[in-house]
Design a protein around this ligand. Structure first.
Ligand code: FAD
Length: 323
């Protein structure tokens, strides 16, 4: 098993890092993520590194002394992966939060792993670009998204996080720094170690920097709420959008019970419960995007016709601003 962290090892870590926390100075949030049911445990030491070199120096010290290390982004995970179950060192990567550069010839952005998804999305938007992965939690770190291969509603059209990672810098458990992948879209030499790291939940190394694919942002979008009498009819409609070459940007289904529970929680009613005397059993949420308002309007019309033919009770256009 692992060794205990000694005063001497702590001093070695303090010599390479300025933000080192022990005892009562450790942020109590570090003992859990968003799902404490999977276990809670405090680290013996927490460090907020500022660079790949700093991460490498800490990893080498821990490797040489057989001390466990747990990387952590924003701690929004739902599987307990960022919880330091064996104690040791917790590496909080949120201070490595620089958006470093855009390469508009290859359509990529280079960032540090601790950048928040929300910050990256907003920054891309100011340049007319879109970083498509869009998991429900916007205040996770992109490094955490990569370590969990986060998906989200837009995966149906654009894919999940894995599809947007071109290259990364990783610190291996030994403290060696390695670069995986390439900026260009076509690269096929060697093993696909990049894909091994994506979704590895902090078990294979620490992701410190990322090169991510971005795309020109669609100019218009519209969201639909489509109520159905039952879940089966709602789900059977989904492949029909694809067959009609509609490629919705996002599709999600919600059952009646989930909607009622959510509305109870937020204390207001958002979705209709009954239409034309029929109790609604399930909803599809569909977002369509395109390069002009006219194009999106035509898609909305086509989607509405298709949904009603497939058994939808009605089609409601959600009151959201276009992106
Ligand atoms: C409200 C909510 C909605 C969500 N919706 C979706 C959704 O629609 N689709 C979906 O797929 N997911 C969804 N998620 C899960 C979400 O994708 C993860 O919570 C998020 O990606 C984790 O990022 P984080 O920075 O918080 O990572 P953390 O929770 O801190 O860590 C998650 C895992 O990644 C590891 N890790 C973190 N950073 C690094 C790094 N730099 N290098 C190596 N390993 C690292 C950790 O050790 C841990 O194993 C949702 C979560 C919430 C709370």
């Amino acid at each position: 098993m692992y060794n205990q962290l000694t005063q001497e090892i702590m001093e070695q870590i303090k010599a390479v890092s300025e933000a080192v926390f022990s005892g009562e100075d450790i942020n109590p949030d570090y003992e859990k993520d968003e799902m404490p049911i999977y276990g809670t445990h405090m680290p013996d030491l927490a460090v907020q590194p500022r660079s790949t070199q700093e991460v490498a120096a800490i990893m080498k010290i821990c490797y040489d002394n057989n001390i466990p290390v747990t990387p952590r982004g924003a701690g929004t995970g739902l599987a307990g992966g960022a919880v330091p179950l064996y104690g040791g060192v917790l590496l909080d990567l949120t201070k490595m939060n620089k958006i470093k550069s855009y390469d508009m010839e290859n359509f990529v952005v280079e960032i540090e792993a601790g950048v928040l998804l929300n910050d990256l999305a907003e920054d891309c938007q100011t340049r007319g670009m879109l970083y498509p992965p869009d998991p429900g939690e916007k205040f996770a770190c992109v490094g955490g998204n990569v370590a969990t291969n986060a998906g989200g509603m837009r995966a149906v059209k654009y894919g999940a996080t894995r599809d947007y990672v071109r290259a990364m810098t990783v610190v291996l458990p030994t403290g060696e720094i390695t670069k995986l992948g390439a900026t260009v879209s076509k690269t096929s030499s060697g093993y696909s170690l990049l894909n091994l790291m994506i979704g590895s939940e902090g078990t294979l190394g620490i992701i410190t920097e990322l090169t991510l694919k971005i795309i020109p942002a669609p100019k218009a979008a519209a969201s639909l709420i489509i109520p159905f009498e039952d879940l089966h009819t709602a789900l059977a409609t989904v492949p029909q959008f694809k067959m009609a070459h509609m490629e919705p940007q996002a599709i999600e289904f919600m059952e009646r019970e989930i909607v009622l529970a959510s509305e109870r929680y937020i204390g207001k009613s958002v979705f209709p419960q009954e239409l034309e005397g029929i109790q609604i059993g399930a909803y599809l949420l569909v977002t369509l995007d395109g390069n002009s308002e006219d194009e999106v309007d035509a898609l909305v019309e086509q989607a509405a016709e298709l949904a009603v033919e497939a058994g939808a009770i009605d089609v409601l256009v959600a009151d959201t601003p276009s992106k």
